[in-house]
Design a protein around this ligand. Structure first.
Ligand SMILES: [Cu+2]
Length: 507
């Protein structure tokens, strides 16, 4: 591995000065170029949730705006300030920087020390809806995340609305993780070595029913580990939500007191949905509004019309629609899969009377599946080419102490997926568990090219939900040398070991 760092690479400074190994020439802005960096501060803030104060993280500009709004063609020119009093590092989810600027501790570089800063400078060659989040420990659960919007250069006559979704708990993320590990460790008597997910085992422990169990949705297993069960492939029980949350937030608010976004009568809207949850998949429901899904994960797709769209952990949706004259109040609802719980915002014209919305829907949202994914077609597909290298990646898990892994290996004991520059690479992911996994590759957009072996030219994106006991193949071009994280974006699965790296043979 080479540590050669180009002029446009990361300059990391800690309180004590420039870190060894990361001494880099000054980025272009520091050398007197006209543009100056946007300062993003990772800090703490107080939110009120369900009438209670909660201290959470945030990533904000000096004027308090969360995240970054920029324009294609401008460089990504950012100084990250760490004001949280301990180490952090922020990942620019979906962007394609040089790997040293990717924001993953231990893979791209060291974290930023308390009180320190890090500088970023790389080109932005595409527009779209992206996001940023801490990749340090479990900070993402405590809301260390924000929008990262790259607008098109041409002005478009439509109102941009960003919907950032979070799952929220008053418990600390460490406490949640400890409870998950404890809950499963104490149940692991009979199946230490099997590579199934947890729900099948838990279902047996709860009476041996293997089929669909309506009415079990939302039942709670102890304090933290609640498992909604539903019919899976061949009638097996699926495992949906490991964590029972205190609230689901849409732009930091619950549906009891939602954000109301004022829109023009008959206005055109571009709704950018970002699922910044740590561990929750949602279904977006626009009610009477027919929208066009025009991009997923910031990458354009052939438009798909509808009013209900799945959005898995870490994924994004760009939805375009025009309100009709009688659509003066439009709730944009996000329902938790397998549950009746929901959150959302409300679009309303100046005179639209916003009704009281209940946080529990009348029906539960079905588990996310692959039906919409299979119908998506990239607007700009990869060139047609056979794979130079195929990596088989089994998504695996074990009951023993909440362990999740890839090819049976947890991160740290993993075997990196090797690639060479210029190769077309395919990742054939087979989910051997009863829980879906939102799999995310850093630094490279990938195209979804097969589901259970059936080929199609699916969406180009950065995170794909692999359903339980199914297989999904993605393809990407190895054009960004370095060492890149590849992991499940369920934060607790990643923390439990469901992560590896894609590594170039030389870089
Ligand atoms: Cu997972």
């Amino acid at each position: 591995m080479s540590l050669a760092i180009s002029r446009r690479s990361l300059l990391l400074t800690a309180a004590g000065g420039t870190l060894a190994g990361f001494a880099a020439p000054m980025p272009s802005w520091a050398a007197g170029a006209s543009a100056s960096p946007t300062i993003l501060t990772a800090g703490r803030r107080t939110l009120e949730v369900n009438g209670r104060a909660a201290t959470v993280f945030g990533i904000t500009q000096p004027d308090g705006t969360p995240g970054l709004y920029t324009e294609v063609g401008k460089p990504f020119l950012v100084t990250l300030r760490n004001d949280i009093g301990k180490e952090t590092l922020v990942h620019w989810h979906g962007l394609t920087p040089p790997y040293q600027q990717d924001g993953v501790p231990g893979i791209s570089g060291p974290p930023v020390a308390a009180g320190g800063t890090a500088d970023y400078d790389f080109p932005l060659n595409f527009s779209g809806t992206f996001w940023m989040h801490s990749h340090q420990g479990l900070q993402e659960q405590a809301l260390m995340s924000a929008p990262l919007i790259i607008r098109e250069r041409k002005a478009v006559d439509r109102q941009e609305v960003v919907l950032l979704l979070h799952d929220f708990s008053f418990k600390s993320p460490a406490e949640i993780f400890a409870s998950l590990r404890h809950a499963t460790a104490s149940m692991s008597g009979t199946s230490m070595d099997q590579t199934m997910g947890m729900a099948a085992n838990q279902t047996m422990a709860m009476g041996g029913q293997g089929g669909s169990m309506p009415g079990m949705s939302g039942m709670s297993m102890g304090q933290t580990s609640g498992h909604a069960a539903d019919a899976g492939p061949a009638g097996m029980a699926l495992d949906l939500n490991d964590v029972v949350y205190d609230a689901f937030l849409a732009n930091d608010r619950t549906l009891a007191d939602p954000e109301v976004v004022r829109v023009e009568p008959r206005g055109r809207v571009l709704l950018r949905v970002i699922n910044a949850s740590a561990a929750s998949n949602f279904q977006i429901d626009l009610g009477q509004v027919q929208a066009k899904l025009v991009a997923v994960d910031g990458r354009p797709v052939q438009p798909l019309t509808g009013s209900v769209f799945p959005v898995a952990i870490a994924q994004r949706l760009d939805l375009e629609f025009q309100l009709t004259s009688d659509q003066t109040v439009v709730p944009v609802l996000a329902g938790l899969e397998g549950e009746r719980k929901r959150t959302g915002i409300v679009l309303a014209t100046a005179h639209g009377q916003v009704p009281k919305l209940t946080e529990l829907a009348s029906n539960s949202v079905p588990p996310l599946n692959f039906i919409v994914e299979q119908t998506l077609r990239a607007a700009k597909p990869l060139t047609l080419k056979s794979a130079d290298r195929v990596h088989r990646v089994d998504l695996t898990g074990s009951m023993a102490g909440y362990v999740w892994s890839l090819n049976g290996l947890t991160y740290g004991h993993d075997k990196p997926l090797m690639v060479a520059k210029g190769q077309r690479v395919e990742l054939l992911m087979t989910n051997r568990t009863m829980m879906s996994h939102p799999m995310h590759l850093h630094g490279h957009p990938f195209q979804v090219v097969a589901f259970n072996g059936r080929r199609f030219a699916g969406a180009v994106r950065d995170t794909v939900l692999v359903p339980p006991m199914q297989s999904v193949t993605v393809a990407f071009d190895a054009d960004n040398p370095g060492r890149w994280a590849f992991h499940c974006h369920n934060l607790y699965h990643m923390a439990a070991g469901m992560m590896t790296t894609v590594q170039y043979e030389s870089f």
